[in-house]
Write a protein that binds this ligand. Structure first.
Ligand code: B12
Ligand code: SF4
Length: 583
């Protein structure tokens, strides 16, 4: 017979079992992300599972020019901020720290993981059972979609899809209560060319999921091809932004929403709120081409978008979202209006062969976006391609989940490529992009500068004037890095591109002021130190551990804002003035 903890007694669903906790003594909840170190080859992970977005998937071939920053495991903070039970979030722990935390005693331990961290989650669950045999183990996050996970990892419950509602139901709380948006910064430990960029870019998670359901997309299918808004209206987004600006003085926000402009009405309301209050914020967003077209460039400028991630994917397989759209013209128009575009492309779709794959790589590069993400197709469980590849016999059970990262060799058997070829082509793509277009920070500066020029020619509404002012400030900040960019240019072509950018900047902004010269000198010191560090120690850094308590007796006295404050203050004057705007 199955025990309460055995796999066969496991509940695995979007609707958890009714809570069995006493109302008088709420359960103590621990929510943990998987343990570090990340991005190294060991028994639990791979070198390619780096806990950094750009440095692993975007600017990875760009050496010292690669943009560096880390994100918290946001889902944990969102769940913790929206349940009533006393909760601890443990983000980026070592295994020892996790064990020490378990010894404090918990009734529920939630482990958040994605597919490549399967083995880490399994080890953590094993330890929970060992240390706290009576605690309920809940698995959540994208890893929860792994086929048969309930029998592969020791656990009591598997929470598939959206987690706030799941956890509330599990704990016997009101599932329909309003969602409280915690105050969080988007990225930490930020630097470009070794120069800290500590400004406060706030995080807004306006919702999870996407209804488009592109066949490879884990995010869409993990949430049942449905969208769950966390901030339902433009007013709610505006109010969340105001709150964060009041507390953190941040006016830039990274919007974590797979397809933010899909809800055009909400985005328009946000514009209206900002214009009505004459209080403007800037946003970095993800959006698909169809939604960009529908929203229109003028509205995008009014919204204050300064950075945009767009799924270009491939010229060979046209997804609905890109159908009948001149993507090249769209990227050019966005960048001409000051918006740095990240175009993502997928390599090794079925149509790709060693003979034609370079066409797609060249296509992405020809768009000349500020950044490109090349990602290999990964058949994540829950996506239609997973089932499709399974049917075709292309899934390879000998490839462990740790290798489902899309950044080295393909995690499945492609009919037209050997595993070695997939690694070579991916490396080639990133290298070619860097050689042809130069470094991302330089290209982003160029896009922002073009925007300043363009906005000057637009109708002088208060919104456009406000947007131009902020964009100009951003360009001034990034310009401080241009001499360092020139010093570390990786080849003659990049030197030329930077020289031309410098000329245009000088024409637009005049000579550096004395104060700016001092800061430029300082950037050289930072960059030299970073270059030495890269040479000696390599490029891997581990995020620090973050332990945050919610509603524990000590914390309750200090109130919500104290519980949710995570923002480090600038340490020096230099920290305070260097570029703050890049996410
Ligand atoms: C931010 C992010 C990162 C950050 C990591 C942040 C961190 N501290 O872990 C960075 C940039 C470092 C990163 C790296 C990678 N990532 Co990533 N990342 C994302 C991204 C863009 C957003 C995640 C997020 O915060 N969403 C907002 C929160 C609120 O949603 P959520 O995390 O899904 O959480 C909700 C539910 O899942 C659930 N939930 C989550 N945890 C738990 C736990 C419990 C107990 C419960 C009940 C519920 C629950 O409740 C939450 C609220 O509804 C997603 C794409 C996306 N839009 O989701 C990809 C994504 C998660 N990443 C992915 C991948 C593959 C990677 C990399 C391997 C890529 C690479 N090669 O570099 C690496 C691996 C790094 C590592 N060592 O773990 C995949 C995972 C696919 C899969 N099926 O597993 C995703 C889905 C992207 C994609 N579409 O392919 N990533
Ligand atoms: S539009 Fe983007 S987020 Fe939506 S399903 Fe397609 S790839 Fe996923």
């Amino acid at each position: 017979m199955a025990s309460a903890s055995s796999p066969s007694a496991t509940s695995k669903s979007r609707n958890p079992p009714a809570a069995r906790f006493s109302k008088d003594k709420p359960p103590r909840v621990l929510l943990a992300g998987v343990f570090k170190p990340y991005g190294i080859d060991d028994a639990f992970g791979r070198r390619e599972n780096v806990m950094e977005l750009f440095h692993n998937q975007v600017t990875r071939a760009q050496g010292i020019a690669s943009m560096r920053f880390q994100h918290r495991s946001f889902g944990l903070y969102f769940i913790a901020a929206n349940i009533d039970a006393p909760t601890t979030v443990l983000d980026f722990p070592t295994l020892e720290e996790f064990i020490r935390e378990l010894k404090r005693g918990y009734d529920v331990v939630g482990i958040s993981f994605i597919t490549p961290n399967f083995v880490k989650a399994r080890e953590m669950a094993r330890l929970v059972r060992l240390q706290l045999p009576s605690a309920r183990i809940v698995l959540g996050g994208h890893g929860a979609a792994i086929e048969g996970v309930e029998s592969l990892i020791e656990c009591d419950h598997v929470a598939k899809g959206e987690g706030i509602r799941w956890m509330r139901a599990f704990l016997g709380e009101d599932t329909d209560g309003p969602i409280h948006h915690p105050n969080l910064v988007s990225a930490e430990n930020k630097h470009i060319y070794g120069v800290p960029t500590p400004g406060r870019t706030g995080l807004l998670v306006t919702g999870v999921g996407c209804v488009n359901g592109c066949r490879f997309c884990a995010t869409s299918h993990n949430f049942g091809r449905d969208y769950t808004p966390f901030l339902k209206t433009g007013k709610e987004i505006f109010e969340a932004a105001c709150r964060m600006e009041d507390e953190y003085h941040c006016s830039d926000f990274f919007v974590m929403d797979e397809n933010f402009l899909k809800d055009g009405r909400r985005a328009r309301e946000l514009v209206e709120e900002m214009e009505r209050a004459n209080r403007f914020f800037q946003f970095a967003i993800f959006s698909s081409a169809e939604t960009i077209r529908a929203f229109g460039i003028d509205n995008i400028v009014r919204l204050g978008v300064f950075w945009l991630w767009m799924g270009v994917e491939s010229k060979k397989e046209i997804y609905e979202k890109n159908r009948d759209i001149d993507v090249a013209a769209m990227v050019a128009e966005l960048q001409d209006h000051g918006i740095a575009v990240l175009a993502s492309g997928i390599l090794f779709i079925e149509e790709h062969t060693p003979e034609n794959i370079e066409e797609d790589i060249d296509y992405l590069i020809s768009l000349s976006p500020s950044f490109i993400q090349f990602m290999q197709v990964i058949p994540f469980p829950v996506t239609p391609i997973y089932e499709d590849f399974k049917r075709k016999g292309w899934l390879d059970p000998s490839i462990p989940f740790e290798e489902f990262h899309g950044q080295k060799r393909l995690a499945w058997r492609h009919p037209n490529f050997t595993p070695e070829q997939t690694e070579t082509w991916l490396g080639k793509a990133f290298r070619k992009e860097f050689d042809v277009l130069g470094g991302g920070p330089m290209r982003m500066t160029r896009a922002h500068l073009n925007g300043v020029k363009r906005l000057k020619r637009m109708a002088r509404t208060p919104t456009v004037v406000a947007r131009e002012k902020v964009l100009l400030e951003r360009v001034r900040e990034l310009r401080l890095l241009v001499p360092v960019m020139a010093r570390y240019a990786h080849d003659a072509r990049e030197s030329e591109l930077i020289a031309s950018l410098k000329q245009d900047l000088d024409r637009e902004l005049g000579a550096y002021t004395m104060r700016e010269r001092v800061f430029v000198a300082a950037t050289f010191a930072f960059a030299a130190k970073y270059a030495l560090q890269l040479g000696w120690k390599g490029d891997r850094t581990q995020p620090p551990t973050h332990r945050t308590e919610y509603r524990t007796p000590a914390r309750r006295k200090r109130g919500w804002s104290a519980m949710l404050r995570h923002v480090p203050r600038p340490k020096t004057l230099l920290h305070a003035v260097l570029p703050k705007s890049t996410i």
